[in-house]
Design a protein around this ligand. Structure first.
Ligand code: MSP
Length: 499
């Protein structure tokens, strides 16, 4: 049994949660649930990123203080994540005292270690990305609109350039630290192109964490933000807790924030003498009409909207199953309808209703036990190997595909034997026991994606407690359904949706 600490990026409070954000958070939730199911000690963190110029401007536009703005928008994320059934253990806000103390502790350590120096920064800053940019990376229109601005400031700089060799050595030594491999190569490419030292403080704004050794400065928002991952597990406050969780860290991020996470953050950790370095899972974007979904382009779809049509589990399943973790993928409403109808309404829904109906009619409502030498048993063993490997490889869509293939196999098995025919004879018990066993196994294995549904299937087939009382893969081995349990026929779990 192991330990697993998983994080989402912290979300900017200038935007309302959309399903692009939800894709990241839901993936983190599924990994957390999978690890808990495997018996691992698990900690799942999400939260909001509340400092910086972008948030200050958003607050000004609304005519409220940055703190009042952050309070309201942070709550939106909290509510949206609760609505999606996310099982986060903590929700961090960068305006909390615990975080401010931890940012100051880590950066003071880096300063004391001699990796921070004072200089003048002159150049351009992209406010919507909260990132320093060079000429060629923006247009005149960006300047005119205020999205990009020219700056000249006395700043503190982090000696990023001193870490190039150590970063390259780390990418080489731990090829699995950044997945998929194409993203590790991208990070290595950034380092090989040459790293410049970066400005990490600001004097022209005060909406940030004060620099402990010079109170005329606040930290640049990204340096404050990245440290949230350490704050939440006790950095600077509880050394024992930090030592417990830190070695088990996996950060899930979108590809747009790779440079900050896979280059700057590891360098900062090295500069603060923090080891080991975390692992990263990098995903692509959900696209709408070929473009990254966003509020400003009016393509930001709220999760609540889809939950209304597909239910929480329906939405969770379709998002995780249809968008492989890694590449970009096009999101469409029609795609969700089709996936929902095929896998949930027809495949899973059908198996459950067939089993409940036949058990009621031909077995007196009592589910029989599976046969030890069922032809389905080896299929389960093979699927389990695939599923365990897929979760470990950060591929929920592959794990779910293999899980749902078992349901298809069980449906075909029923169709081959037709236990619903007029005189099925004693064979009916064997066939129904096998199908019930598949329902039990799938209720365990699909729990990370559709937790409420799995608990309900578990209950309907007569099992006590919940799938989450058990540990996989052991509990998902063939033969666990005891038989002799009352099976309940209930309303369809996933009513078919008209396309
Ligand atoms: N605040 C920073 C992260 C700091 S982490 C120390 C930030 N916030 S964000 O709200 O703009 O984005 C948060 C995450 O949402 C990023 O991983 C980003 O890639 C992801 N997504 C935003 N839109 C997305 C899609 N359309 N599709 C998939 N993920 C997307 O960046």
């Amino acid at each position: 049994m192991g330990r697993f600490y998983v994080t989402t990026p912290i979300f900017y409070v200038n935007d309302a949660p959309h399903i692009g954000h939800a894709y990241n958070a839901l993936s983190a939730d599924a990994f957390a649930r999978w690890h808990r199911l495997c018996g691992d000690d698990t900690w799942f963190l999400t939260g909001t990123d509340e400092h910086g110029l972008k948030v200050m401007r958003a607050a000004e536009e609304r005519g409220v203080t940055p703190q009042a703005h952050a309070d309201a928008y942070s709550q939106r994320f909290r509510d949206a994540w609760a609505q999606l059934g996310l099982s986060n253990d903590d929700f961090i806000r960068t305006t909390e005292d615990r975080h401010i103390a931890s940012v100051q502790a880590m950066l003071q350590r880096i300063y004391d270690n001699g990796w921070i120096y004072r200089d003048t920064y002159e150049g351009f800053y992209n406010v919507s990305d909260e990132a320093y940019v060079t000429e060629g990376e923006f247009t005149q229109e960006d300047l005119d609109s205020g999205r990009v601005m020219h700056m000249k400031e006395d700043n503190y700089f982090f000696k990023l350039s001193a870490f190039a060799d150590r970063l390259l050595e780390w990418y080489e030594r731990e090829p699995d630290a950044i997945k998929p491999a194409v993203r590790r190569n991208e990070a290595a490419g950034i380092v090989k192109q040459g790293l410049r030292d970066i400005s990490i403080t600001r004097t022209s704004i005060d909406w940030g964490v004060p620099v402990p050794w010079d109170d005329a400065h606040v930290f640049y928002v990204w340096y404050d933000a990245l440290i949230n991952y350490a704050t939440a597990v006790g950095y600077g406050a509880d050394a024992e807790r930090f030592a417990t969780w830190w070695p088990a860290t996996t950060h899930l991020i979108g590809k747009d924030i790779l440079r900050f996470h896979c280059v700057y953050w590891p360098a900062m950790l090295m500069a603060a003498d923090i080891a080991p370095l975390p692992r990263f899972g990098v995903h692509g974007w959900l696209l709408v009409g070929g473009e990254k979904m966003s509020k400003s382009k009016l393509t930001g779809i709220a999760p609540a909207h889809l939950i209304e049509d597909f239910g929480v589990d329906g939405f969770r399943y379709c998002l995780l199953r249809d968008n492989p973790f890694g590449p970009d993928s096009e999101f469409s409403y029609e795609g969700v309808v089709s996936r929902y109808n095929t896998d949930l309404a027809n495949n899973l829904g059908n198996l459950l209703s067939r089993v409940a109906t036949v058990v009621e009619k031909k077995c007196g409502g009592i589910g029989p036990a599976p046969s030890p030498d069922s032809p389905l048993a080896p299929l389960v063993a093979g699927a389990l190997d695939t599923i365990v490997a897929a979760w470990a490889d950060l591929q929920p869509s592959v794990a779910l595909e293999a899980t749902f293939r078992l349901i298809r196999d069980a449906n075909s098995h029923l169709e081959d034997h037709e236990p619903w025919r007029k005189d099925p004879g004693p064979e009916v018990d064997v066939v129904m026991g096998d199908a019930l066993e598949i329902l039990r196994i799938v209720s365990l294995l699909a729990t990370p994606a559709i937790p409420t549904t799995c608990a309900e299937v578990w209950r309907r087939i007569g099992l006590a407690g919940a799938p989450t009382d058990h540990t996989v893969p052991a509990a998902a081995a063939w033969g666990g359904y005891p038989g002799g349990l009352a099976v309940e026929r209930g309303a369809p779990l996933f009513p078919r949706i008209k396309a």
